[in-house]
Design a protein around this ligand. Structure first.
Ligand SMILES: NC(=O)c1ccc[n+]([C@@H]2O[C@H](COP(=O)([O-])OP(=O)(O)OC[C@H]3O[C@@H](n4cnc5c(N)ncnc54)[C@H](O)[C@@H]3O)[C@@H](O)[C@H]2O)c1
Length: 461
């Protein structure tokens, strides 16, 4: 099949790369020429500046100019294509609704080009972006308004999780394809032939609207489950003596109907999707007069969770952030990625600086550079107080307190480092319960607050 991918971000680039592995001719287009130059170089370091996913750069290097091509001109690749995958950003508007500006601009450009095709073979335009229910129908109108002929529209939402995107694209839980016509389903079946009739992968064919709804319900369900543990399980562990959150989790999730995934309490879930997707679904449901109380609660619990350890440090441990240096470890929204979108660290650092923290010693194994763009001092002068370090050790040295904001595995060994480099009084705020042997530190008079547990060790006067 000839496949065009429009938008080479996390979703588009991974999709293009993995489709090329299955022998399709994949042409990937983006309107950012610098990105395209980096991807066409085949050099891991340049590719990973934009999308850092395990295994991705290798596939690109192997498939480049054989099955995978990058183009800065959509017109040059559109002729004779069987499908166009729309992988455009769909950020939130201030009211939570989905901003379709990027999507619409690309759809309009595509429609003009498809209308001028010489080869009039059937083309299916497929939404992989997460878009409000009804957007495939909206796309159909755009294509019709340009008199495009012989086309179908489809919704084929993406479910990948960053950090494991390649593995998941090679072997997803399910592939959801929404089309109006059998002939379009047939084209998509050829694109995804490796997954159709797979014994473990569910290949679900449905209407475009149902496919769009599946994505929103799935994502908001995941966030709601995370928020349940953070808003209920964690709070029981923090407020009621002798409740051990780890045992609580094990006991509850022993029931096979209750998922282990999402039961690990934390300082909130970040990333480009959860927050914006739940906000968008709230907005979509309000328009059809459906109560959104439950979704609003999930959203609010998650947002407050990002900063509440800072509040607990003050109210429960008596810590004063004024003029202190705080090491913040784990800037990306989770391990194995440099993606800073909606990362909990953003709220954490803003909160710390707002409480008078003198310096932030920041460290992330992959995201220091992308963090510098987020914490741009020209947007907020307080960000001048952030210094970046190449290791957790360097960041912890000379600090008064430590905040662990993501789940990078290397943080599990931090108790030794802390003991070696900083003497008590010293406060550790553990947003991911990453220090299994924290009891050792507490026995040596370090103060420790983790999500899901009461404050351990001495309180500050
Ligand atoms: N990142 C994820 O984990 C994830 C998972 C599932 C679904 N999604 C959804 O997939 C969509 C894309 O997300 P992403 O993370 O890949 O976004 P992204 O911002 O990483 O990538 C989008 C790309 O589109 C390009 N672009 C913007 N306007 C364009 C235009 N007019 N023509 C061509 N290219 C254009 C940008 O330069 C960028 O490279 C969103 O709707 C998102 O909600 C994302």
């Amino acid at each position: 099949m000839k496949i065009v991918v429009c938008g080479t971000g996390y979703v588009g680039l991974v999709h293009a790369a993995v489709c090329s592995e299955y022998g399709h001719q994949v042409y990937a287009y983006d309107n950012d020429p610098e990105k395209l130059a980096a991807f066409s170089s085949g050099q891991a370091e340049r590719i990973e500046t934009y999308v850092n996913e395990p295994g991705l750069a290798n596939i690109i290097r192997e498939m480049l100019d054989r099955y995978l091509f990058f183009a800065s001109d959509l017109a040059s690749i559109i002729e004779g294509t069987d499908t166009v995958f729309m992988c455009l950003p769909t950020p939130p508007n201030l009211d939570g609704s989905t901003n379709l500006t990027f999507y619409d601009a690309a759809a309009q450009q595509l429609a003009q080009l498809l209308a001028q095709r010489k080869d009039q073979r059937r083309v299916v335009v497929v939404n992989k972006s997460t878009v409000p229910i009804g957007t495939a129908r909206h796309l159909e109108k755009i294509l019709n308004s340009h008199n495009v002929e012989n086309f179908g529209i489809s919704a084929n939402p993406e479910f990948l999780a960053e950090g494991t995107a390649v593995a998941q694209a090679r072997r997803p839980d399910r592939v959801v394809v929404g089309c109006d016509h059998e002939q379009d389903h047939k084209i998509l079946r050829r694109v995804y032939s490796q997954f159709v009739h797979h014994v473990r992968i569910k290949y679900i064919e449905t209407s475009p609207e149902t496919a769009e709804a599946i994505k929103y319900v799935a994502n908001t369900m995941l966030l709601t489950y995370i928020s349940f543990w953070n808003g209920v399980g964690a709070k029981i562990g923090e407020k009621i003596p002798n409740v051990n959150i780890d045992d609580l989790r094990l006991g509850v999730t022993a029931d096979e109907r209750i998922s282990t995934w999402g039961s690990f309490v934390s300082n909130g879930a970040g990333g480009s999707c959860f927050g914006k997707d739940i906000a968008s679904l709230i907005n979509q449901l309000r328009k059809v007069n459906v109560s959104t109380k439950m979704l609003e609660a999930s959203y609010e619990v998650n947002e407050y969770q990002k900063i509440y350890l800072v509040d607990r440090a003050i109210t429960e441990a008596g810590f004063k952030f004024n003029n202190k240096t705080v090491a913040v470890l784990g800037l990306a929204f989770k391990k194995h990625t440099n993606d800073m979108r909606d990362a909990s660290s953003i709220k954490v650092i803003e909160s710390l600086l707002g409480k008078g923290t003198a310096r932030i010693n920041a460290y992330d194994p992959l995201a220091n550079e992308s963090a510098k763009q987020v914490f741009d001092p020209s947007k907020n002068v307080l960000f001048e107080k952030i210094d970046y370090f190449d290791s957790a050790r360097e960041a912890i040295k000379n600090s008064d307190a430590l905040f662990i904001s993501s789940d990078c595995e290397e943080f599990r060994g931090l108790s030794r480092t802390v003991e070696e480099l900083v003497k008590p009084p010293y406060l550790i705020m553990d947003g991911r319960r990453m220090i299994p042997d924290h009891d050792d530190l507490v026995s040596k008079d370090y103060s420790y607050i983790a999500v899901g547990s009461m404050v351990l060790g001495p309180a500050y006067a």
